[in-house]
Design a protein around this ligand. Structure first.
Ligand code: PLP
Length: 393
């Protein structure tokens, strides 16, 4: 048995996406910038993909720039906007629970002389509008707050946050990487100036992202080179991936309601069983404002890495935080910002469900999780002190 509960890290490519991509690896391999028919065919495929995505997210095709990842889009939005606006002010605001692509870009900007403020979420992972209002001032040139958080799944009041930024003359960027699979994104409705996308989170290929930049806004380039992407982002376009991204978004939007209902049912059953059957566990996140896929728990007196490894041996793939920080034993910056005590945060695991998961898989995983936690706690001196060694599940 091999079960995948790590869809916030990446999703399998939908077979229909792979099918749409295939011709662009072999027959239709031309460089979209070439003047001959091979090039023209490729350029048309890219233009069609751009038009498809633009229609789905309610923007103009020329407001969409393809990149190599969500990470690149985030880097571009922050660094490009900061330098383009540096004559107007030097203050940047992000939330403390951003993905590292935003967080580390902001840290880098701080080293270049920008002043960076990190907004704290409440204990459920929501960035309240009042928190932004408290810190924004006439030096603020850019606010970047993610739509849905990758570790706990909370959805931010993005329209309200965007409005506050604009009322103060600042640009607003949002990272929609984790919300796209579960919410119809309408860029006009959100009202952001820049939005980040990444295909591999919605059953598309890895290595392709996009940045929406609203018409009229000029930001500095991040990747210089040829005249691709209307001379704003150099590098030969990754045609198969771009075609795949458009197909994946089409499928995600078509099947969103049914997928969301299925995934939420799995998540709810999982959460109910864990809370009922495993003691000393803390649910991290917000019960009302969240994507359907993520359940994040802190299991007291055990280490997340231990849980992850034993679950992996049992055939269940989960995550002890964001995939990009795995390999590091640092506690999650998201959970710490939400006020989870450091020792509790060490025992945290993110389960993220997907459209191909089943209820049988969920039940199998809970059974294995119960065994895993019991086994680890039996070895935990702290736990034995706390309970007098009477642990039994
Ligand atoms: N932003 C968020 C919220 C993410 O969850 C991720 C990936 O985990 C990224 C950005 C980075 O996207 P990519 O993997 O395409 O670089």
């Amino acid at each position: 048995m091999r079960i995948y509960f790590d869809h916030a890290a990446s999703t399998p490519c939908d077979p229909r996406v792979v099918e749409a991509m295939m011709p662009y690896f072999t027959n239709d391999f031309g460089n979209g910038d070439s003047q001959h028919s091979f090039g023209r065919d490729t350029a048309k495929a890219i233009a069609d993909a751009r038009a498809t995505i633009a229609k789905l997210i309610n923007c103009q095709p020329n407001e969409l720039y393809f990149t190599a990842s969500g990470t690149e889009s985030d880097n571009w939005a922050l660094k490009g906007a900061a330098f383009a606006r540096k004559n107007r002010g030097n203050h940047i605001i992000i939330s403390a629970i951003e993905h590292h692509a935003v967080l580390v870009s902001a840290e880098w900007l701080a080293k270049q002389g920008f002043k960076v403020t990190l907004l704290k979420p409440d204990e459920t992972g929501i960035i309240n509008v009042s928190e932004l209002e408290k810190h924004i001032d006439d030096q603020t040139i850019l606010v970047s707050i993610m739509h849905a958080n990758n570790e706990v799944g909370t959805i931010q009041p993005i329209k309200e946050l965007s409005k506050v930024a604009h009322d103060h003359g600042a640009l607003f960027h949002t990272d929609c990487v984790q919300s796209v699979p579960y919410m119809h994104i309408d860029v006009k409705d959100i009202g952001a100036d820049m939005i980040t996308f990444s295909a591999h989170k919605f059953y598309g290929p890895k290595g392709v992202g996009a940045l929406y930049i609203r018409n009229g806004l000029k930001i500095d380039k991040l990747v210089s080179g040829g005249g691709q992407e209307r001379s704003q982002r150099g590098g030969t376009s990754n045609t198969p991936a771009i075609v795949g991204m458009a197909k994946a978004l089409e499928i995600a939007n078509e099947q969103m309601e049914q997928n969301n209902a299925h995934i939420a049912k799995l998540r709810d059953h999982f959460v109910d069983r864990v809370l009922a059957e495993i003691p000393y566990v803390r649910f991290n996140g917000n019960r009302d404002h969240r994507v359907p896929s993520v359940a994040n728990f802190s299991f007291e007196f055990v280490e997340g890495e231990g849980i992850l490894m034993l679950m992996d041996l049992a055939g269940v793939a989960v995550s002890s935080g964001s995939a990009c920080s795995s390999g590091s034993l640092d506690p999650s910056h998201v959970l710490l910002a939400m006020g989870v005590p450091i020792e509790v945060s060490h025992g945290s695991i993110r389960f993220s469900f997907g459209k191909n998961n089943t209820m049988e898989e969920v039940d199998y995983a809970v059974d294995k999780l119960k065994d895993t936690i019991a086994r680890l706690r039996q070895m935990s001196p702290l736990f034995n002190v706390k309970t007098g060694g009477t642990y039994n599940v």
